[in-house]
Write a protein that binds this ligand. Structure first.
Ligand code: DX5
Ligand code: ZN
Length: 233
């Protein structure tokens, strides 16, 4: 996976039809998704429950791009191997999920996968100042994790701080929660390059009528690219 800061759209399948993940994944990739964002929730770290390694392994059969697995679970370490086996390309752990984020990122890297670290809205950017060399992606939560369709929480100051901390290291800044055509430019201008969107991508479409997925992805991408002066073709 060659590193690039070009804007990438990563639809979250938390907003997909839970009875049809395979075809939903095929549809969003056909409609322009760059990555597929998979929200794993354990009903303990976050007040919701989604899916585990067996489901993620099933999703893997349909993902042709990048499977970006967001672990909203605690503890994380006992499950890293299983999600790597399931086929995740990126495994993201929350810095708040346990006392040893340095060890957790080492463990993710040891599986050969890309290592991500996620920060809840209340967590400062400085929390990851000492693990940047173990990090391939920083996920900035712009909602309190657990559900799709929530209101965007403005984290532009944190994004700017992270962008400065990262410098020219090959580390993605991913934004997760409440990303829409309206909020995408705000975070892109502040320095983000990966935009997770669930409800804003899946709204108005379905496996049977996927065109709105493509329209939504394009609208978010163009709004972000216009804001950060990236190529707008
Ligand atoms: C929330 C998840 C997000 C969520 C995004 O806990 O981590 O990925 O699915 O959904 P929207 O884009 O609808 O806020
Ligand atoms: Zn997520």
């Amino acid at each position: 996976m060659r590193f690039s800061r070009d804007i990438k759209i990563a639809p979250s399948i938390l907003s997909a039809d839970f009875a049809d993940f395979g075809r939903e994944i095929q549809a969003i990739e056909a409609q322009g998704a760059d990555w597929v964002h998979v929200d794993v929730m354990d009903g303990h770290f976050v007040p919701n429950l989604t899916f585990g390694p067996p489901a993620v392994a099933a999703f893997r059969k349909h993902v042709k791009t990048v499977m970006d697995v967001h672990l909203m679970i605690a503890p994380v370490d006992p499950y890293i191997e299983a999600f790597a086996e399931a086929g995740a390309d990126i495994i993201t752990a929350h810095v708040e999920a346990g006392p040893h984020i340095h060890r957790t990122l080492q463990a993710i890297r040891a599986t050969g996968k890309k290592a991500g670290v996620a920060l809840n809205p209340g967590t400062p950017a400085e929390a990851i100042a000492h693990v940047l060399d173990l990090t391939d992606l920083v996920c900035v939560m712009t909602v309190n994790p657990g559900f799709g369709g929530q209101k965007f929480i403005d984290m532009r100051d944190k994004i700017r701080s992270l962008r400065a901390m990262i410098g020219d290291r090959p580390i993605h800044i991913e934004i997760d929660g409440g990303v829409t055509q309206e909020t995408a430019p705000l975070v892109a201008e502040a320095g983000a390059d990966v935009l997770v969107a669930g409800s804003a991508v899946f709204k108005g479409g379905s496996v049977a009528t996927p065109a709105p997925y493509g329209e939504n992805i394009r609208a978010i991408r163009l709004a972000a690219e216009a804001a950060c002066g990236a190529k707008v073709v």
